[in-house]
Design a protein around this ligand. Structure first.
Ligand SMILES: Cc1cc2nc3c(=O)[nH]c(=O)nc-3n(C[C@H](O)[C@H](O)[C@H](O)COP(=O)(O)OP(=O)(O)OC[C@H]3O[C@@H](n4cnc5c(N)ncnc54)[C@H](O)[C@@H]3O)c2cc1C
Length: 297
């Protein structure tokens, strides 16, 4: 299979690749990595994988995703070339590849004071991963800014989704079908306002104070059961902050974050998760939904 894959133009195939550094929590993982250098290559790659019954998962920045120690099938990572000069000009909307980092969008928002773009301040993500997750902060969600999304289908075509209010809900999209890959999207803003620049700076400071941004973690492990009921606060109230299994601990700064303090592995994550879930179920009687994606489990 690997030899056949290598014949597809515009991709790079890496067998037995160490994937540990491809997720922000850095749990040890390895597998076959396919990097997409040209978007049209997906039109050949996806049908090939489908016909051969090879499973695949999309990995953006791996900021909300944990991989098993050995990943079955293949991992697809978008790495299309993008020059930052494409984000120089002030435009009413931008069509951008899914591989662009949200941090690059925030730099543009800071420069022009783009109204609306403050909602994703400080979220580590690829543009595609942020759209898939409808990433957001307590200032709002990215889904409200997205106008159109282009996807590659497993049948080997591109399709365009026009975004409507029902396309997204809390940390969820409702239009990416199984096996589809977000390749690009159009994002708009609500004009310019110099106060936005200050707002983004202040929000970045707030995040630094309240979240363990410098540690190896996967963001919030659980979704908030209700907007006014943050999962982190509920974990704090149970006195679970600082609880440690091997090299993995609940962050002393934020109860909904788990930190890899050394060489944590999947088993340690799984044990810590079970302890938290048992306590939450026992004391609150609510089964907490995971925000972090855990493929193959
Ligand atoms: C320190 C820290 C702070 C965080 N703070 C926030 C926050 O404030 N708000 C928030 O919403 N999130 C937050 N997160 C979580 C994370 O940043 C977001 O969920 C982000 O959207 C993940 O993007 P990603 O590119 O890393 O996607 P990944 O984690 O790689 O993938 C997430 C999901 O999207 C799918 N996916 C990724 N790219 C594509 C694509 N091109 N096509 C189809 N599917 C795709 C993946 O298969 C997976 O199911 C935080 C994470 C960390 C580590």
């Amino acid at each position: 299979m690997i030899e056949e894959l290598r014949k597809i133009a515009g991709i790079e195939v890496k067998e037995n690749c160490d994937l540990t550094n491809f997720t922000t929590m850095r749990l040890h993982a390895s597998g076959t990595l396919i990097e997409i250098l040209e978007v049209n290559s997906l039109l050949k790659l996806l049908p090939y994988l489908k016909n051969k019954n090879v499973s695949y998962l999309l990995l953006g920045w791996g900021a909300n995703q944990l991989l098993p120690s050995v990943v079955p099938g293949v991992v697809i990572h978008l790495k299309m070339p993008f020059h930052i000069s494409e984000l120089d000009e002030l435009k009413p909307e931008y069509e951008l590849p899914a591989s662009v980092g949200l941090n690059q969008l925030t730099s543009l928002a800071l420069k022009y004071g783009l109204k609306g773009w403050e909602v994703f301040t400080g979220i580590p993500a690829s543009f595609g991963g942020a759209i898939y997750m409808n990433a957001g902060t307590n200032l709002g969600e990215i889904g409200k800014l997205v106008k159109k999304v282009t996807l590659a289908t497993p049948e080997g075509t591109f399709r365009t989704e026009t975004i409507i209010p029902q396309s997204f809900s809390y940390r969820k999209n409702h239009f990416v079908k199984p096996g589809e890959v977000i390749v690009s999207a159009v994002i708009s803003h609500q004009g310019t306002d110099q106060n936005i620049t200050q707002k983004i700076k202040e929000y970045l400071e707030y995040r630094k104070r309240t979240q363990p941004l410098a540690t190896r973690n996967c963001g919030c492990v659980f979704k908030n059961p209700l907007p006014m009921l943050p999962a982190g606060k509920l974990i704090d109230l149970l006195g679970l902050k600082d609880l440690q299994v091997g090299d993995l601990r609940i962050s002393p700064k934020h109860g909904n974050f788990m930190e890899n303090t050394g060489k944590a592995d999947w088993d340690q994550f799984s044990s810590l998760l079970s302890i938290i879930r048992f306590q939450m179920d026992h004391w609150y009687g609510i089964e907490f939904e995971l925000e972090v994606k855990i493929p193959y489990h």
